[in-house]
Design a protein around this ligand. Structure first.
Ligand SMILES: NC(=O)c1ccc[n+]([C@@H]2O[C@H](COP(=O)([O-])OP(=O)(O)OC[C@H]3O[C@@H](n4cnc5c(N)ncnc54)[C@H](O)[C@@H]3O)[C@@H](O)[C@H]2O)c1
Length: 358
C-alpha cells in the first residue's frame, strides 16, 4: 500500500485526483492535508469521505509540527503537492499569500520529506521508493509569440506573482534533488478544466454567468491563447509520472488544444443555448459578452510541447476538447447547488471588486 500525502486535495484538481485515485488505484492510501482557503471545499469530496483508504486533515502546509506529525503517524512514502494559491488575478491584488503558501509551504514540505526519508534513527539515508511529486504550471515559462511551445528545457520567465511563486517552488524542489538527493518529480501542466473548479476561473465563471443571463467579462481583445487539458487527463498524467518518471526530472503535460479565450466563451454559450434554450429575450448567450480592461501583464500565449511524457512514459490525453467541454458544462448544469454553495458572500465581494456589480 502506498501511503500518500496529498496537499490541497479539497481544491479543483486535488479533489478530482483523490476521487479518481481511490476508484482506480486500490493500493493507495490518501491523506489529504488542506487548509480550506476560499478555494478549498470539503464538499467536493463528500462521496469519498468514509472511504477507509482516505483521511482528511484540516491544516496548513506551512505548519511544520503538523506536517512532521502526519509524516510520522502515517509513514508517508509519497507526496503529491497540489496546495497553492492558484489564481493569477488574486496574486496581483494580494501577492503575500502566494509567497507564503507557494514558496514557504513547499519549502516546509520538502524539509519534512528530507527529515523523514533521508535520515533513519541512526542518521543514515533511507527513503528508497519514496517520491515527492510537485504539481506545477506552464506559466513559469512566461509568454510565447505566435509560434513555438514550451519544452522542459525552456528557460523560466515568470511574469505574475503567481507564476513567480510557482517558479520559485519548482527551483526549491529541484534543488532538494541536486543537493540532498530527495527523490523528486516536477510536472508543469497547461490550463485544466472540468468539474469542481471554483467559479473565479474562466470556464466555470462563464458557465455560471451565462446560466444566470449575466454579462460575460472577457479580458482585453479575448485573443489570449491557452492550452486546455481535461482535469482527469492531468490526474492520469500525474499518476504516470509518479509510477514511471525518472527521479529529478521535469515533465510537461498538455492537451495539444490551443484556444483563444473568446473561442472558449463562444463554445460555452453555444452549448448552453442548445441545452437550456435561448435567453428569455430570445437572444443567444454570445450577446452577453462584454470586453473588460485587460489583466496587468497578461501573458499572450502558452503552448506545451508534451513530447517527453508521451514518448518516454506513454501518456497522452484521452478526452478531446469538444467532449471535455460538453461534459464540463453538463456537470455544472447538474450541480447548480454546488455552484450556489461556493459563490457565497465572499465570492460575490471578490467578483464585484474585479468586474463590478453582477
Ligand atoms: N488549475 C489549473 O489549470 C492548473 C494548471 C497547472 C497547474 N496547476 C497547479 O495545480 C495545483 C492545484 O491547482 P487547483 O486549480 O486545484 O487549485 P485550487 O485553488 O482549486 O486549490 C488549491 C487548494 O489548496 C488549498 N490550500 C491553499 N493554501 C494552502 C495551505 N497553505 N495549506 C494547505 N492547503 C492549502 C486550498 O484550500 C485548495 O483546496 C496548484 O499547485 C496549481 O499551481 C493548476
Amino acid at each position: 500500500m502506498k501511503r500518500v500525502l496529498i496537499t490541497g486535495g479539497c481544491g479543483f484538481i486535488g479533489s478530482n485526483f483523490i476521487r479518481h485515485t481511490l476508484k482506480h488505484y486500490p493500493d493507495y492510501r490518501l491523506i489529504n492535508l488542506d487548509k480550506l482557503t476560499y478555494a478549498g471545499n470539503p464538499g467536493n469530496l463528500t462521496d469519498v469521505e468514509n472511504n477507509p483508504r482516505y483521511r482528511f486533515v484540516k491544516g496548513d502546509i506551512c505548519d511544520n509540527d503538523l506536517v512532521g506529525k502526519i509524516f510520522a503517524e502515517e509513514q508517508i512514502d509519497t507526496v503529491i503537492h497540489f496546495a497553492a494559491e492558484s489564481h493569477v488575478d488574486r496574486s496581483i491584488t494580494g501577492p503575500a499569500e502566494f509567497v507564503q503558501t507557494n514558496i514557504m509551504g513547499t519549502f516546509n514540505l520538502l524539509e519534512a520529506a528530507r527529515e523523514a526519508w533521508l535520515k533513519d534513527a541512526t542518521g543514515k539515508a533511507s527513503g528508497t521508493g519514496c517520491r515527492f511529486l510537485h504539481v506545477s504550471t506552464d506559466e513559469v515559462y512566461g509568454s510565447l509569440g505566435q509560434t513555438g511551445a514550451f519544452q522542459e528545457t525552456t528557460s523560466y520567465d515568470p511574469r505574475s506573482p503567481y507564476s513567480a511563486s510557482k517558479a520559485s517552488s519548482d527551483h526549491l524542489v529541484s534543488a532538494y534533488f541536486h543537493t540532498y538527493g530527495l527523490p523528486v518529480l516536477i510536472t508543469n501542466c497547461s490550463n485544466n478544466y472540468g468539474p469542481y473548479q471554483f467559479p473565479e476561473k474562466l470556464i466555470p465563471l462563464i458557465v455560471n454567468n451565462a446560466l444566470g443571463g449575466r454579462s460575460l467579462p472577457v479580458y482585453g481583445d479575448g485573443k489570449n491563447v491557452r492550452d486546455w487539458l481535461y482535469v482527469i487527463d492531468h490526474c492520469e498524467a500525474i499518476l504516470t509520472v509518479l509510477q514511471n518518471g525518472i527521479v529529478g526530472e521535469t515533465y510537461n503535460i498538455g492537451g495539444n488544444s490551443e484556444k483563444q479565450n473568446i473561442e472558449i466563451v463562444h463554445t460555452i454559450c453555444d452549448i448552453l443555448d442548445e441545452k437550456v434554450g435561448l435567453l428569455p429575450d430570445g437572444k443567444n448567450r454570445r450577446t452577453l459578452i462584454t470586453y473588460v480592461k485587460d489583466r496587468a501583464g497578461h501573458d499572450r500565449r502558452y503552448a506545451i510541447d508534451a513530447t517527453k511524457i508521451r514518448t518516454q512514459l506513454g501518456w497522452k490525453p484521452k478526452v478531446n476538447f469538444a467532449d471535455g467541454m460538453r461534459r464540463t458544462v453538463e456537470w455544472y448544469l447538474n450541480n447548480k447547488v454546488w455552484i450556489a454553495s461556493v459563490t457565497d458572500g465572499s465570492y460575490r465581494e471578490y467578483y464585484e471588486k474585479m468586474y463590478g456589480k453582477k
